[in-house]
Ligand binder design. Structure first.
Ligand code: ADP
Length: 506
């Protein structure tokens, strides 16, 4: 049975504020200056919300990358010696500049990415600023050790030193927040960064860099060059002048980057396919409400979205009904309209992946209960219906790959151990969820689930920016941790200094 998606088709209104940048021509940020790309060509960016062109960015060449790396290397020599408290003050100024540009950045995100303005785009900008504040505090407390020596004439010190020149390569789903997860701790710790926003959200990245430059930064410590992965991205990751790479994106791209990076230091966050497990002693209404949030927030385009729902067989039918109720409440439409709870998908490849995953699951025996296709009557064909699909089998693509769309995909487990087994087929092991009212069962699962992060009795998108976030050992989600000081520690190296008193004069 396929039920019709109930979401009314709201008329798409133009963004409220007429100051919305109208198809601006952006430039590249190299060595503290906004410059044209040396190709002289531009790339037009289309909004998934309206289908219209919302801006242009310069197409960079390999020479532009060489210039950016040269400027970064020069800037790095001085910047790494800036006292940490001055760098902390700089981070606070960046946070203030992002606050001042809050509405502008959020509007751009809504248009470029489809995020509901009030509920998702504004909080995303606020978290971006918060990351710089956290980094400002963390760097002041980046304490290292004085290590006892075997030799009485010696003193041994350790210092955290910045790695040097980084490139930060980011996806489109959180186009200022994800960059800030490494820009903030990286810059605070004295690194210099060449930031490559995704080709699907280049303008948000450039606008963020513009805001950062209002903070009176030393030239060259941040450069911003959007562009396509296999060209601009590859030139950066394989450049001999780049010391380290921070990458967030798909595991497919992460593997390519790892193979192209040689011996560069890597910080990789490569997605998830995390399940939420619903036990038969859980508060089912609450569990359905929070699980639906995990499925439909940001239209499911989050690495810690609830990609699968594993339900204990005793409460399967009841839970499916509750999830359908939740899906019916989703209002799909113009992200600038405050009644809308879900905007369009960001791009065609994500919509196609949803179609492929749903067709595959249905072919293998799953039951499509709600939605399951692109919605009609919207300005672009990227508006995808909130979807509920039941009895998803273990061999379906949904069970093994990130779907990255507005999908509640339900499978049934026989008992606790079967649910753990089903959960652990997740090869990403990034973030999982569990609903139970039993502390004993909560820790039975916590000790057995192969996941970097487990959220018990809340949605899988639950996250705080200073908390360590990343995959479990032996999974394909990457290495290193995202989150406050944990990222900062991944962006510095430990330097040991041994001092002998013998030849010291006084
Ligand atoms: P997503 O679909 O989540 O954006 P991708 O892995 O395709 O995931 O892209 C994430 C980022 O990686 C984007 O900025 C993209 O341009 C970049 N990228 C893609 N391919 C490469 C590559 N071969 N080398 C470097 N960066 C790449």
């Amino acid at each position: 049975m396929t039920l019709e998606a109930k979401a009314p088709l709201p008329k798409l209104s133009k963004p409220k504020d007429t100051e919305m940048p109208e198809a601006r021509h952006y430039k590249l940020l190299i060595n503290g200056e906004w410059v044209d790309g040396s190709t002289g060509e531009e790339v037009a960016v289309h909004s998934p919300v309206t289908g219209e062109i919302i801006g242009y960015y310069p197409k960079a060449s390999k020479e532009d990358i060489d210039r950016a790396v040269k400027a970064a290397r020069e800037a790095e020599e001085k910047y790494r010696l800036m006292p940490p408290f001055e760098r902390a003050a700089l981070m606070h100024r960046i946070a203030e500049a992002i606050d001042r540009n809050r509405e502008k950045l959020a509007r751009l995100k809504s248009l470029e990415n489809g995020k509901p303005y009030e509920a998702e785009a504004l909080p995303c900008v606020d978290e971006t600023a918060e990351n710089f504040r956290i980094a400002a505090e963390d760097v002041k407390r980046l304490e290292s050790a004085i290590i006892p020596s075997r030799d009485g004439n010696k003193r041994i010190f350790t210092f955290y030193r910045p790695y040097g020149v980084w490139t930060t390569i980011t996806p489109w789903n959180f186009p200022t927040l994800i960059p800030s997860e490494t820009l903030a701790p990286g810059l605070a710790a004295g690194n210099v960064i060449i930031f490559k926003p995704s080709e699907y959200a280049p303008l948000s990245g450039l606008a963020m860099a513009e805001a950062m430059m209002e903070a009176d930064l030393p030239p060259g410590i941040i450069q911003c060059i959007p562009g396509e992965g296999p060209t601009v991205g590859d030139w950066l990751v394989s450049h001999e002048g780049v010391d380290a790479i921070a990458f967030t994106g798909s595991d497919r791209t992460g593997r390519i980057i790892a193979s192209r990076a040689g011996l560069k230091h890597l910080l990789l966050e490569m997605g998830g396919n995390g399940p939420t497990i619903i036990l038969d002693d859980a508060d089912l209404e609450k569990a359905a409400e929070l699980t639906a949030f995990g499925c439909f927030y940001e239209a499911g385009q989050v690495c810690c979205a609830t990609e699968r729902i594993l339900v204990h067989k005793n409460i399967h039918e009841e839970f499916v009904e509750l999830m359908l109720e939740q899906a019916r409440q989703v209002v799909l439409g113009d992200p600038m309209d405050e009644n809308v709870t879900m905007g369009p998908l960001c791009n065609e490849m994500t919509a196609r992946k949803m179609e492929r995953h749903i067709a595959d699951a249905v072919e293998k025996g799953a039951k499509l209960l709600y939605g399951g296709k692109r919605a009609e009557g919207y300005p672009t064909d990227l508006y995808y219906e909130p979807t509920v699909i039941d009895l998803v089998p273990e061999d379906a693509l949904i069970s093994h790959e990130e779907s990255f769309g507005p999908l509640a995909a339900i499978s049934v487990g026989e008992d606790d151990d079967d649910l753990i087994r089903l959960a652990n087929i997740d090869r990403y092991g990034l973030q999982m969820g569990l609903f139970t009212s039993s502390i004993r069962r909560a820790f039975y699962f916590a000790d057995r689930l192969r996941t970097g992060n487990l959220v018990i009795n809340d949605n899988t998108d639950y996250w705080e920016p200073h908390v360590p976030f990343g995959g479990a050992g032996g999974t394909v989600s990457g290495h290193g941790r995202i989150g406050g000081k944990y990222t900062m520690l991944d962006m510095v190296y430990l330097n040991t200094v041994v001092l002998d008193f013998m030849n010291v004069r006084d």
